[in-house]
Design a protein around this ligand. Sequence first.
Ligand SMILES: *Cc1c(COP(=O)(O)O)cnc(C)c1O
Length: 408
Amino acid sequence: MVIIQTTQRPDALGRFGQFGGKYVPETLMPALAELETTFRQYQDDSSFQSELNELLRDYVGRPSPLYFAERLTQHYRRSNGTGAQIYLKREDLNHTGAHKINNALAQVLLAKRMGKQRIIAETGAGQHGVATATACARFGLDCVIYMGVHDMERQALNVFRMKLMGAQVHPVASGTGTLKDATSEAIRDWVTNVETTHYILGSVAGPHPYPLIVRNFHTIIGQETRAQALEKWGGLPDILLACVGGGSNAIGLFHDFIDEPTVRMIGIEAGGEGIDSDKHAATLTRGRIGILHGAMSYLLQDEDGQVIEAHSISAGLDYPGVGPEHSYLKECQRAEYYSVTDQQALEAFERLSRLEGIIPALETAHAFAYLETLCPQLEGSPHLVISCSGRGDKDVQTVAKLFTKLHD
Ligand SMILES: *Cc1c(COP(=O)(O)O)cnc(C)c1O
């Protein structure tokens, strides 16, 4: 299948091949149109760009380093001396501890230009909620974060951070009390308050133009990687590896390389208790095409097409949908998608901590876990870049509880 040119994706209707689109209540159509117009107006506007770039540099701490993981590389070295040379794109070093801030700050700048004083957002692990609360505090905007009650419990530290920065955290008890339910609630709020409110969606999911806008604001991850790779080894990366929840850190890393045929791209989903169990979040591996939260994409659903619960040890990957562009990249085989289990992610969480002194987020640990499968299959010494999407401070309590269980 021939891949649609990157500049033509999404098309004018917000489609990536058959995926994407705008499946929303009529009341939201004007708001989505306004958002798209504002985005296109400021995308190449020099005063917008310089305000954003200054914030990314002095407030977020960009560029994030491309770090050579020497001991991790050694760990996977073969007896003949070859093996992947592993580099980490350190989004975990950003202010607030993950890639999410790139998008949250940029969307707040758009909201200001649209004259909207009230911001809402959904959050799973709380990283997008924290990033949004941070950006709102920085610009003095009202902020309401929708979060499932189950996630509030497992990510209590992030709930406190959001409140500390003045955000209101709205518990969502419906459904499983996780990210899908929080997203539905945020959309409901937006329908009611669309005149005054901007909805900052946290991944490359949802109705057009969100997958386009959020991709655009994370593309800096791949652009920096390209420049850093050129400086460090004078070439492109051979392999890009990232975890996929909605898919924003993965698209951020991939986007600048999609038209480079030599660059292999791999996304890792949450396999939960195993993809043959009914407790996982492996949407691209096990899902079928359907519509959720305004877009057509792969989805976890039952025989009747009802969306089913996702499960993952990491709240940020615990979502039954995925960004439409990933569905497209899978379908035309430009990117590959696999899954790892909760257990494999936990092992990788500990392995990276021990080998590199870097405690990754549980989401991020999924990408690292796949090295166990991938590295033995590789020939030669390819340059492999992993998106180190976030740090694990928020997860140490969860993991500590599990480790006591395991080691008792
Ligand atoms: C939110 C989050 C993810 C998952 O979201 P994507 O949109 O797939 O990137 C992954 N890693 C971290 C650290 C996160 O906070």
